[in-house]
Design a protein around this ligand. Structure first.
Ligand code: DOR
Length: 429
């Protein structure tokens, strides 16, 4: 089986490549990239005027299966990923049962083989049942295929447990992904603590609730020599701490989300529960600091924290609504529209943040178009203009604060192991 992606601008930072060329895929593997490859019976995808990149990898996704299939399942979540331009996703362990043993890990991998349309890499929990009390069987999780561990959504409050987990993971060279939130400081909070929380009358979650845990985990990374990856970093103070840690040579990496890069706490004044997310949308100063950190190269990855919810979880009073944004289908368009097209972020940098670095952080054999690599490819149309219409999402979660916005720049084609799985928002398999 041969697929010829013809005439696109091919960007592959790993090979310092940025040129108009053809890309030939054979039997699911990238064979050759150069101008003027003959068609010779291959299926042809005309990519003239489009941008051809290594497949995007979202390292922070909630697929909800098993246990919460009314919010999302592996079939719908991977279809959403494909439509959104992602060829691989890593799924968080806050399922029911929790991904804290090899049986659940195996189940997810099998389901992904059966019904998934993109690659799925499970992330195991740090503690059994994510209860923060007893470390999970990490060796079993790694042997079963988990690429990292995290208690995402439920931070490990006990520093001793976190320390042991960090020491243990050193054996496998996988990162511990830290959801930084001091639950005592954040308790009952609904939005970022600041001017707008006072104005809107909603209890605030202070920036320090995140920063105190970033500081703790940096200290623990230093004490153990282990790898910590900070999930959804949202404040200027967290970035300052991470910068210092990097300068000290500690093995810390971090991700930011499209919503934290583009929305401030002011929008919560609509009382639209789709703006309720954890960590909360922060102040303008924080958003500016996140953007500056992207330009500086301090941020390793952009990840969605795709958190789909059923209608009832959001169609209620703000205080009662669940936290989370269904972000897989808008992430790439938001980054293109708000950062790349206005000239704030260059395309090569975007590819680093969405493909090269996610693969590096998790040790995945992905993130490049090098001949011989699996043909996971994301093709972008920088000029497409479309409105965000959650009702037409492939995800079961329609909770998205960008609804109604017209965005310029969208994923056009998603190719997994040489197979076109999504084209122009349609699923092809
Ligand atoms: O907003 C969020 N929703 N943040 C998290 O950390 C967890 C997620 C979820 O699972 O719904």
């Amino acid at each position: 089986m041969r697929l010829l992606v013809k005439g696109g601008r091919v960007i592959d930072p790993a090979n310092h490549l940025d040129e108009v060329a053809d890309l030939l895929v054979e039997n699911g593997v990238i064979r050759e990239i150069r101008p003027g490859i003959p068609e010779a019976g291959a299926e042809v995808l005309d990519a003239a005027g489009k941008v051809v990149c290594p497949g995007f990898i979202d390292i922070h996704v909630h697929l909800r299966e098993p246990g919460f299939e009314y919010k999302e399942d592996i079939a719908s979540g991977t279809r959403a990923a494909a439509a959104g331009g992602f060829t691989s996703v890593c799924c968080m362990p806050n399922t029911c049962p929790v991904i804290d043993n090899n049986a659940v890990t195996g189940f997810i991998r099998r389901r992904a083989e059966e019904v998934g349309v993109v690659n799925v890499y499970p992330i195991g929990s740090i503690t059994k049942q994510q209860e923060g009390k007893e470390i999970a069987e990490i060796a079993d999780l790694v042997a079963a295929g988990c690429v990292a561990i995290s208690d995402d959504g439920r931070p490990v409050m006990n520093a001793e447990i976190m320390r042991r987990a960090l020491e243990y993971t050193k054996m496998f060279d996988i990162p511990v992904i830290s959801h930084c939130e001091d639950l005592n400081l954040a308790e009952e909070g609904q939005m970022h603590e600041g001017y707008y929380s006072t104005l809107y009358g909603l209890k605030g979650i202070p920036a320090v609730a995140e920063e105190i845990m970033v500081a703790r985990d940096i200290l623990l990374a230093g004490a153990t020599g282990s790898r910590v990856h900070f999930a959804h970093v949202s404040t200027r103070g967290s970035l300052n701490l991470i910068r210092q840690a990097r300068q000290q040579g500690l093995r810390v990496t971090c991700e930011v989300t499209p919503h934290h890069l583009t929305l401030t706490d002011e929008v919560v004044g609509t009382y639209d529960t789709d703006t309720k997310v954890n960590p909360p949308l922060r102040s303008r100063e924080d958003v500016e600091a996140l953007r500056a950190a992207l330009r500086e190269g301090l941020v390793d990855c952009i990840a969605t924290d795709h958190a789909p919810h059923e209608l009832e979880a959001k169609d209620c009073e703000f205080n009662l609504a669940s936290f989370g944004i269904s972000g897989l289908e808008t992430a790439v368009a938001v980054i293109l529209s708000e950062l790349v097209n206005p000239g704030e972020l260059d395309l090569g940098e975007m590819v680093r943040l969405l493909a090269v670095n996610p693969a590096r952080v998790l040790g995945l054999d992905k993130g490049t178009l090098t001949p011989g690599a699996a043909a996971d490819i994301t093709i972008l149309d920088l000029n497409a203009v479309k409105e965000v219409v959650p009702a037409s999402f492939h995800s079961k979660g329609k909770n998205n604060p960008f609804k109604g916005r017209r965005l310029r720049g969208w994923p056009w084609a998603t190719i997994v192991s040489g197979k076109i799985v999504a084209l122009n928002g349609e699923i092809m398999v």
